[in-house]
Design a protein around this ligand. Sequence first.
Ligand code: SF4
Length: 64
Amino acid sequence: MTRAVIDTSKCVGHGQCAMMAPDVFDLDAGGYAETLVDELTGDQRRDAETAAMACPEQAIRLED
Ligand code: SF4
């Protein structure tokens, strides 16, 4: 099982993650990232990896 974890102390709300992986990430009412799913499918994992690399704050990590 792989899940995406957001370091909320680093996230500043650029939103790239929600654009790169809209099935995995969204922005909450305050404009900060939140995860939409607990367990990533293969496609979601691929998109989440892309989002993690795109995050300017390096706030996303994947945990197995
Ligand atoms: S791209 Fe990074 S900093 Fe921007 S909202 Fe997503 S997790 Fe937060």
